[in-house]
Design a protein. Sequence first.
Length: 220
Amino acid sequence: MGKWGKTLGMVWLTAASMLAAPLLDEPVATLALKDGTVLRQAQAKGFLTKVVLVRHQEGVRTVAYELFPDEFQAALTAKRQAALAGAQAEQVRREAEAQIRVPATSPAPVATSAAASDSGLHDGCRLTLTSSKGNVVILKIENSSDHVVSLAPSQFAARTAAGEEFSGASWVGIYHKDPTMAAAWSAHRSVDPGATATLVLALAAPTSLKDGSIETVVWK
């Protein structure tokens, strides 16, 4: 290998090492937890609301977030927030399904009586707020146009009865094998012509936002 080949190889290895995050994207040779436990060749494989699923040299185990060394806490906090948003989204979905199964003669649940809101058309799509829980909302998008519509979280704004407004932060998807695990979807979601899509949106709002506080979601 010539001088330039060696140089390019070193550049590639350096770039690869910068992109890979220890513990999250690649194993950590020695992971010393705060309770004194030492794991060899440890890598995080799943993120729940309270614990992380870690694969290591001896097998697989769960580890509480607070037991990881400080240098991993920032990255793990982001993963935990996604897991919490996913758990909230799954709860909202279950509550919405339960409401659908309620007989028509039964009184509507108070928490969602003011949740449904039709905010009009945008690019051939009609928006309806189906339900909300904390900083997560479920939207129904009906595409009555003849073209595919690409939607970004930032196109939506949520308002509370008190007049507070929060922007859409990210689309949230649920892993069906474990509803407490969540992942952020890509920046845009597409809705086909004539289709109706149910989208779960996490808001740029505190996770402590009271359930049912969101009164309406509108196009920006």
